[in-house]
Design a protein around this ligand. Structure first.
Ligand SMILES: Nc1nc2c(ncn2[C@@H]2O[C@H](COP(=O)(O)OP(=O)(O)OP(=O)(O)O)[C@@H](O)[C@H]2O)c(=O)[nH]1
Ligand SMILES: [Mg+2]
Length: 366
């Protein structure tokens, strides 16, 4: 090929220059993309460096409690706060507050006292959210504290220095949450390092024993069930005997649900309680009534009857997550002077905790 440069004009040079430019740009692109193509080791390290998909962090107890009490907060106390902040405390707003508190199952005398407190405190003030919280929390604390102060909360959490066997007899009406609570408790105490023995004293229903057995297997704790012809107090006796022989820390006794109005069934519980004292004169150290928070006013009547038959040492409020009727807890404590020991806000093991007044009021009002 014979190129005669002298015969070329400016246009020809520009054309050649563009072609050369395109040629070199293409080459550069090819080599650079070749370089960027990931090698096998690049791919392996990329997989290694890929951020792990973290499991959603489990909720803290404060968050669970707050979530569990959200209905009571929004449907009762939040509305009371709004009335107080938006209107003067005239007859109409007092009636609205009364209605809200009655539907939350607060007893009439407590409702009256609380409204009196609002009237007294609100005299010359423009009421804001802080006023509402301070006045309400101090009122509820005044009611709860004298009773709650009596609770030795260390008993309800495992303490390796406390070598004494603690017997908890768990009672309540049908479906209140007794078996689930025992399952959660057994799991928690075992995880804390305690030796736990559980007694299936609900000898009425085979399904009740199976339900408890599932919990105990999962928790890895021993469960005692009825031998042929054993009645509930017999199972309680055998369970305590086993717990003593194993030098256990806790003996948890599940009992059958029963109506507080059925005297023969209440007598059966009294018998179970008596039988335990044959093995240990101080047993059961705790007789705990499980109260379903959804129950409403009837919970007060239940608690009265169980207390009469068994001299309750504590209450366990369950299903607080499904109810806005937090009022009955305060009314029962106020009326019977029996403290709340545990509170349940869901079906997970982590949804049960030892009751603490400040935590409870914070979650209820904030
Ligand atoms: N949402 C919610 N459900 C709960 C809670 N505690 C218990 N439950 C549920 O309530 C139902 C009844 O619970 P159980 O533990 O069987 O009640 P029980 O008192 O042993 O019942 P009986 O032995 O039949 O008298 C079950 O479906 C539990 O999962 C709680 O705190 N929150
Ligand atoms: Mg049960």
């Amino acid at each position: 090929m014979n190129l005669d440069f002298s015969a070329m004009n400016n246009g020809d040079f520009a054309g050649i220059a563009s072609l050369l430019f395109l040629f070199f740009t293409g080459l550069t692109f090819l080599f650079s993309s070749e370089k960027k193509r990931p090698t096998l080791s690049d791919e392996i390290s990329a997989v290694k460096e890929k951020p792990k998909v973290e499991k959603a962090p489990s909720l803290s107890w404060a968050e669970r409690l707050s979530r569990g009490l959200s209905k009571s907060r929004s449907e009762v106390w939040g509305k009371v706060a709004n009335i107080l902040m938006s209107k003067s405390l005239d007859e109409e707003s007092v009636e609205e507050i009364e209605e809200l508190l009655y539907t939350a199952d607060m007893s009439p005398n407590l409702v009256e006292e609380l409204i009196e407190k609002y009237k007294k405190e609100a005299k010359d003030d423009v009421i804001d959210d802080e006023h509402f919280k301070t006045w309400t929390a101090s009122f509820l604390k005044e009611k709860l504290d004298p009773v709650q102060r009596e609770v030795h909360s260390e008993v309800f959490k495992y303490n390796p220095n406390d070598k004494k066997l603690k017997v908890f007899m768990i009672v309540g009406v049908n479906g209140a949450g007794k078996t689930t609570t025992i399952g959660k408790l057994a799991t928690k105490l075992k995880n804390q390092g305690a030796k736990v023995v559980v007694g299936a004293c609900d000898t009425f229903r085979a399904a009740a024993v199976e339900q408890l057995e599932t919990w105990c297997k999962r928790a890895g704790v021993e469960m005692i069930k009825a031998k042929e012809g054993n009645d509930p107090s017999g199972v309680a006796y055998d369970t305590l005997a086993k717990a003593q022989s194993l030098e256990a820390d806790y003996c948890l006794l599940d009992t059958a649900g029963r109506l507080h109005t059925k005297q023969n069934l209440m007598d059966e519980l009294s018998k179970t309680k008596r039988v335990l004292s044959k093995l240990d004169s101080t047993a059961p150290q705790q007789v705990l009534l499980v109260v379903d928070s959804i129950t409403g006013q009837n919970a007060i009547a239940q608690a009265e009857q169980f207390n009469k038959a068994l001299s309750l040492t504590g209450l366990i409020f369950t299903k607080c997550d499904g109810s806005s009727k937090a009022g009955n807890a305060i009314s029962i404590v106020d009326k019977l002077k029996v403290p709340i020991t545990y509170i349940g806000v869901g079906e997970d093991v982590e949804d049960l905790e030892v009751f603490n007044t400040n935590e409870y009021l914070d979650a209820l009002l904030s």
